[in-house]
Ligand binder design. Structure first.
Ligand SMILES: [Fe+2]
Ligand SMILES: [Fe+2]
Length: 291
């Protein structure tokens, strides 16, 4: 038996409508699919716009090939897609046999040493470094030159970072870091300060994502070997704005986050674990896309 977990974010205020639609879709469309065993829908207590859909299938292929390759998939999507504010994250889980406690402890200690769990705040800074290191290639691609295999590979790498890493980084910040710091900030002046910083950073994320979206068609053509050209001025604005955003986070928001979350080691550990789980499952998300 395979457990499919879909992590869904919907627009605020549409919970009742979504819950009715999702049950309708599950019961009238997905329930008829081969290999489908049952489902649960869970709403987050801390984030009322977040839901987990837990679906049981006989095999992975019953979901990824049978259901997704059928007309029922489009029918299901048409029922729920309008509620989504971002593509859902979907992963598949299989049961593992029980192990002796000693083995479990070793496994936990090992997984905790990829760095993310020990120093979750540092992880955000490291991600900025990865993104910024791609800007030289992006700037080079904006210079007019004939397409070459080298430029095509460069465009592919830049696309991967802009489309996947930047988006995932923003999602991690907003879903894990910002919400954790807001929850732990002292009510009053400190909370108001965090809220104002978060509003600014989230607005900057949307602006960056908008600029990235405008560059994607030309980059995509370059990545396919086409003779497209990037708007050099738009690239320069994106690079400047993103560097300023990352610097502001590193100089202002991340140190404040360290102070606030550092008051409670359990909360810092929870952030580390949440990031670790996201990173471990990145490959699965890339393979299977959204529900
Ligand atoms: Fe950010
Ligand atoms: Fe960031």
């Amino acid at each position: 038996m395979i457990l499919e977990v879909a992590d869904i974010r919907i627009a605020p205020g549409r919970q009742a409508e979504f819950e009715q639609a999702v049950h309708h879709g599950l019961q009238t469309v997905i329930a008829k699919s081969k290999g489908f065993q049952g489902y649960q829908v869970r709403r987050s207590i801390e984030s009322p716009e977040r839901y987990l859909l837990l679906l049981e299938w006989d095999t992975l292929e019953d979901h990824t090939v049978g259901f997704r390759g059928s007309a029922a998939f489009a029918q299901w999507r048409s029922i729920v897609v309008d509620f989504f504010v971002q593509p859902p994250f979907t992963e598949h889980f299989e049961a593992i046999p029980a192990r002796p406690l000693a083995d479990v402890e070793v496994a936990l200690r090992t997984s905790a040493h990829d760095g993310t769990m020990d120093k979750p705040i540092q992880d955000f800074s490291d991600c900025h470094a990865d993104i910024v290191s791609m800007f030289d290639d992006l700037t080079a691609l904006a210079r007019p030159q004939a397409p070459t295999p080298l430029r095509r590979d460069m465009a592919n790498r830049v696309m991967d970072v802009l489309r996947d890493v930047v988006t995932a980084h923003h999602q991690e910040e907003e879903a894990e870091l910002f919400s954790a710091v807001l929850a732990d900030a002292v009510p009053g002046e400190e909370h108001a300060k965090v809220e104002s910083l978060v509003n600014r950073l989230v607005a900057e994320h949307r602006r960056v994502e908008g600029m990235v979206a405008q560059l994607v068609p030309a980059l995509s053509a370059m990545a396919s070997g086409g003779d497209a050209s990037l708007d050099a001025e738009a690239v320069a604005v994106l690079v400047t704005d993103y560097r300023a955003h990352a610097r502001f986070e590193e100089e202002t928001f991340l140190p404040l986050s360290q102070t606030i979350l550092g008051r409670n080691s359990d909360h810092m550990a929870a952030l580390g674990l949440a990031l670790h789980i996201r990173h471990v499952s990145d490959d699965v998300r890339r393979r299977f896309g959204s529900i």
